[in-house]
Ligand binder design. Structure first.
Ligand code: 5GW
Ligand code: MN
Length: 380
């Protein structure tokens, strides 16, 4: 292209010389020549660029190839700028919160109220046009929780984004119809119900894994996997999204390592020794990209199956396997207990918001029989 310009510059000098000499015919032909050469070079250059882009695209969807190494996928980059925004400058020596831990030793942010700016995050995530899937299980009597769950989610969960509610159930007829705004939809997924409640809870890993493999990857970018016996009571937005995230359990955010209710039997695949562990993550709230959630659920399900073959079941079921996964595959973001709270606990000072809280349940009526000794070691 530069050559082309140099060439036309020389030509125009020539043109001016001829013009000054009063040589009209020569002048006409040389200007015609300049125009033709310029046009041809311009289109040649443009087409070459387009062809490069096209090859780049093809290459992404095909096997890696060694030919044409002068073509880079970076040729496909597009600019995603968020534009002018007005907000207070972040202050190097004045963190927005000093009463809580905002970052892990592996530099994953812990999400608390006041630690982020929703306007900036929304500007970024809207540009990416993200689609979010939220999975819940409503097996047997737990179908009773779906209505409140979805109604409150419509008020507070990812407002303004594309959201798919994936409701796994054995009683599709018990799920009422919802009129949802454009871009948000309810997807009922029929699944078997297991007899033991422990298995109902644990098999969630397998079912999320299988559906991630079969369909979620086509429909959404991120998955948020939560308990259904919950209600949203304050905003939950894109600040939670990251490659793979877990949530601090509301009963253990301040507990000592050796007080975490990890699986402590060495024979179990979920075993964690007392001198290891970062946090105690809740089984009822994790997520990430479809790919990362696939890896997580696949790990947990396989670990459970290994234990089952050895007649073992980890102390807190899926939660124990999740904690084992997160010990050696560190989450890239952690949600504070604002995102998973139980009003059975006193509300501590640092808890500025309660965004997603457990719906009190009559344990005997809703669960049939859950043995009394099986509590999480804290009072509900
Ligand atoms: C039933 C009896 C005892 C424990 C769990 C169940 C149960 C759980 C069930 O019958 N049906 C069902 O769909 N679940 C799913 O597992 C729900 O999505 C529920 O939110 C999740 C975890 O069970 P939770 O909420 O009873 O467990 P906690 O520890 O939050 O009380
Ligand atoms: Mn629950």
């Amino acid at each position: 292209m530069t050559l082309c310009f140099i060439f036309s510059e020389q030509a125009s000098t020539m043109f001016l010389e001829q013009f000054n000499k009063g040589n009209g015919k020569k002048c006409f032909f040389s200007s015609l020549f300049i125009t033709v050469v310029f046009t041809i070079s311009f289109y040649w250059y443009e087409n070459k660029t387009i062809r490069w882009r096209f090859e780049g695209l093809l290459r992404c969807s095909q096997e890696p190839s060694n030919v044409n190494d002068d073509v880079s996928p970076l040729d496909l980059l597009t600019d995603l700028a968020i534009g002018r925004m007005l907000y207070d400058k972040p202050q190097t020596f004045k963190p927005p919160r000093s009463d809580i831990l905002m970052i892990t030793p592996w530099l994953a942010p812990i999400i608390w109220n006041g630690s982020y700016n929703s306007d900036i995050l929304n500007a970024q995530f809207h540009q990416r046009n993200v689609r979010i899937g939220i999975t819940v299980f409503a097996i047997k009597k737990y179908t009773a929780f779906v209505k409140t769950f979805i109604k409150t989610a419509e008020q507070f969960f990812m407002v303004g984004y594309k959201v798919n509610y994936y409701v796994f159930t054995d009683r599709a007829n018990d799920i009422s119809n919802f009129t949802l705004p454009e871009g948000r939809q309810l997807v009922i997924l029929k699944v078997p119900s297991y007899k033991r409640w422990q298995e109902v809870s644990m098999r969630r890993m397998e079912m999320i894994r299988d559906h991630a493999y079969q369909r979620f990857y086509k429909e959404v970018d991120y998955l948020v996997c939560v308990d259904v016996d919950m209600r949203f009571s304050d905003s939950v937005g894109v600040e939670i999204l990251s490659d793979v995230f877990g949530t601090l359990h509301p009963g253990f955010y301040n507990a000592q390592r050796d007080h975490f209710t990890y699986e402590r039997r060495q024979q179990s695949t979920a075993y964690i020794p007392t001198d290891e562990g970062d946090f105690y993550y809740a089984g009822g709230y994790f997520g990430g990209t479809v790919e990362e959630v696939y890896k997580l659920t696949n790990f947990c399900h396989n670990a459970m199956m290994t234990d089952q073959n050895n007649s073992l079941e980890a102390i807190w079921h899926d939660e124990s396997y999740l904690n084992k996964y997160f010990l050696y595959h560190k989450p890239t973001k952690i949600l504070s207990p604002e995102y998973l709270w139980d009003n059975g606990f006193d509300v501590p000072q640092f808890l500025q918001r309660r965004r997603f809280v457990a719906v009190p349940k009559n344990h005997n009526a809703i669960r049939n029989k859950r043995a009394l000794q099986e509590n999480h070691g804290y009072q509900k």
